[in-house]
Design a protein around this ligand. Structure first.
Ligand code: CUK
Ligand code: CUA
Ligand code: CA
Length: 615
């Protein structure tokens, strides 16, 4: 038996997780060739008699918007599903020269000089359990920020810094009755407040942060001993939930794996509101901090789950929360309607667990087809496992013998390779439609032509409309998608505008001109294809120059760029959009400013001089 490259990587993946966790390793490393063959056969079958077509012909439009987090690229992406065409990148925590994000006064004010981030979870604003097409929110695990994207412009309009936490990971929006709050987690425990540096690790805490979605302000934080990984909200507007893999307060891998179990935490929103009303909080770093530690309040319920869980996802009927085992081969299914009884003390937290079905080695995230089935990503096995929730619950009731039959498993799909998140169409809403699923795989290895040691990611489109899961398409993705939501086109498209509301920007320019106040020069420029409103501007060396550009063309899709030679200035304005930039004219000479975005037959002539005279 010889390892090829693919086997080896897989082996490393297994050993890494299994060695620390004490999970029994199945020798699946040699099965990969069969898997590849199996996939090819599945694809061939689908070509002929797939139950739905993924083909989006030239001129045709996709049925779904996919909103992708971009991981450590710091951005959010829009893909069309099922074509898997990348339609747009929305710069969020990164600098994007193409759009000028991070280069203009407007974006600099939001980014405050920090041009990298780590986006993991994108979620939309909701009304009655379905997206309302207003906002998208995304977390920054690196610098502990939440960004909001306005769907009408597909641009970031707010970024909020969250204190008292590190490793902001899980983020989720309120689903019912509408998104007033959103929650985000801290995966890393730290001293609260975070000083001095000699605080012992048993005095490190995690904070579940609640944010007002409209104001983009922190409502409060609930401090707990545990760390918090993924987050979810229920469909009743009553709870937020998280998984915790480090109830041990460990600071090393082995410490974090010491306990035989960990928790799913539930936060009761009525009780949070009550604590706020009654003033039961301290103010730490300007934030209302509620003590949610065990024995300190009745807000948090701790449900013991298999150790070091990862994903938590709510079934579209609102009935179940599914926690993925990660180092245990099971998922834990929690009945949400039993949480009331837990809070009133009628039953113990563990009594709301209704099933712990076997899934495979390394279950990470679960999605749903809206027909009673869950589909779970399994990292070590490299599979998507479709299983029936009710069958798992029934088998649990009947006992160990029945469970062993694994009759809840409907289908197991081999994917290539090492899947993280998976997401089905509309699956995070009550209108989950069970049509397509995207498997966001962490390794591409041999699936594409070799582009160097660090390869693209491999995302696979899966047809989930029938009993069997079928791979339809491999698509390559730039570093590194973590999660996505897939939203029906009709929900989003009607909200998306073709032009900005010009006067929303207080500096919108309708007439070009130059104003000087001492050494401060303001240059106001209209941009109408193919001319800027001024042909020439004279400033003096050492002047602080602010250029404000408004695109006065209202024609759909007609953008103008403004780039200033040798001054490192480069941005684009969309129809009726205004952006500004401030710089010091420190290099005397003649400098051409030009339009970067091909807008007109005379686009190349769309340029002007900025003449910097010796002082
Ligand atoms: S985490 Cu990436 S595989 Cu940040 Cu949602 Cu699970
Ligand atoms: Cu304006 Cu090119
Ligand atoms: Ca643990």
């Amino acid at each position: 038996m010889s390892f090829d490259r693919r086997d080896f990587l897989k082996y490393i993946g297994m050993a890494g997780v299994a060695a620390g966790a004490g999970v029994v390793m199945l020798d699946k490393t040699i099965n990969d060739k069969d898997k590849v063959l199996g996939t090819a056969v599945a694809q061939a079958e689908t070509k002929g008699n797939g139950h739905q077509s993924a083909e989006v012909k030239p001129g045709e439009l996709d049925a779904y918007y996919g909103f992708w987090s971009g991981g450590h690229s710091g951005e959010v992406r829009i893909l069309g599903v099922p074509s898997m065409r990348e339609l747009k990148r929305i710069p969020v925590f990164n600098m994007d020269v193409g759009s000028g994000w991070g280069i203009t006064n407007e974006s600099k004010a939001l980014l405050k000089g920090r041009f990298c981030g780590d986006t993991h979870h994108v979620h939309g604003s909701y009304k009655d359990g379905v997206y309302d097409g207003k906002y998208l929110f995304v977390n920054d695990k690196l610098n502990n920020r939440v960004a909001r994207i306005r769907v009408e412009y597909m641009e970031v309009d707010k970024i909020l810094d969250v204190p008292n936490i590190q490793g902001m990971h899980g983020l989720f929006t309120q689903r019912y009755p509408k998104t007033e709050w959103l929650v985000c987690n801290s995966e890393f425990q730290i001293p609260v407040p975070n000083n001095p540096s000699d605080v012992p690790q048993d005095k490190y805490y995690g904070c579940h942060t609640i944010i007002d979605a409209e104001k983009m302000e922190i409502v409060c934080q609930v401090m707990v001993d545990e760390n918090m990984d993924l987050a979810a909200t229920d469909y009743g507007g009553k709870y937020s939930m998280t998984t915790s893999y480090n109830i041990e307060k460990g600071v090393t891998v082995s410490e974090m794996l010491a306990s035989d179990f960990d928790y799913m935490l539930v936060f009761n929103w009525d009780r949070i509101r009550k604590a706020l009303k009654e003033g039961k909080f301290k103010v730490i770093e300007g934030v209302k901090m509620i003590d949610g530690r065990e024995g300190k309040s009745d807000i948090v319920v701790r449900i013991p789950v298999a150790k070091n869980p990862h994903g938590i996802n709510i079934s579209p009927d609102g009935k179940y929360a599914v926690c993925s085992g990660k180092v245990s081969p099971n998922c834990t299914v929690v009945a949400i309607d039993k949480l009331d009884e837990v809070y009133s003390g009628k039953i113990k937290p563990k009594d709301c667990i209704v099933a712990q079905p076997y899934i495979g080695l390394g279950p990470l995230h679960t999605t749903f087809d809206g027909r009673g089935n869950a589909i779970t990503s399994v990292f070590i096995d490299s599979t998507n496992v479709k299983w029936n929730i009710q069958k798992a619950i029934d088998a649990e009731k009947k006992g160990a013998e029945e469970k062993k039959k694994n009759e809840h498993i409907v289908d197991v799909l081999d994917i290539t390779y090492q899947v993280g998140h998976i997401m089905a169409t509309m699956a995070e809403t009550k209108e989950a439609d069970g049509k397509w699923l995207v498997s966001l795989n962490k390794f591409a290895k041999d699936r594409f032509i070799n582009v160097g040691p660090l390869k693209n990611e491999c995302e696979q489109l899966v047809d989930i409309s029938g009993d069997k899961l079928k791979i339809i398409h491999d698509s390559a993705q730039y570093i590194e998608p973590h999660d996505c939501i897939i939203v029906r086109r009709d929900i989003i498209e009607k909200h998306v505008k073709d032009r900005f509301n010009m006067f929303e920007h207080p500096l919108a320019v309708t007439r070009s001109g130059v104003e000087r106040k001492g050494k401060k020069v303001t240059v106001k420029l209209t941009a109408n294809a193919p001319v800027f409103g001024l042909q020439e501007v004279k400033v003096k060396k050492g002047d602080e120059v602010t250029v404000i550009v408004t695109n006065n063309d209202e024609i759909s899709d007609l953008g103008h760029g403004f780039a200033l030679s040798n001054y490192n200035i480069n941005f684009v304005v969309a129809p009726f959009q205004t952006k500004s930039v401030t710089f010091t004219a420190d290099k005397p000479g003649v400098y051409w400013a030009y339009c970067t975005n091909f807008c007109h037959a005379l686009h190349l002539e769309m340029r002007m001089r900025i003449i910097v005279e010796k002082a």
